[in-house]
Design a protein around this ligand. Sequence first.
Ligand code: NI
Length: 148
Amino acid sequence: MAKLKILNRQTDEETLRKVSREVTEITPRIHTLLDDMIETMRGADGCGLAAVQVGVLRRVVVIETPEGLFEFINPKIIKKSGVQVGHEGCLSLPGESAVVKRPACVTVRALNRDGEEIEVTGFDLLARAMCHELDHLDGILYIDKAEK
Ligand code: NI
């Protein structure tokens, strides 16, 4: 595993604003990417990371919350309900945070590293992290949704 450089909005906003492409085949390179993203997320003390944040424009996300470690390939939100309002930050905007309104409960459908379809339902922090990381795949940053 290797720790990767996390893109910073100050210098890399152009890349962070790009839309990531679907993964069409889960190759050993995708496994290495997932492993490296996990090490990078943990090394930065984060609870989520999208591949675009390490400069890879693929729809790949890792999240770690008290519920566990999640690896999502080609994730989609298939259900959401309720509202939560809370502080949110991002490893690509170090030292910043803002209040963002998110659904209280979110269900994501994705592929795991074995290519199997999985569904994960999360509340609170996990729901927030899933929304935040999936937004990254479409070039959206939390500041776009922050309360003024
Ligand atoms: Ni982020």
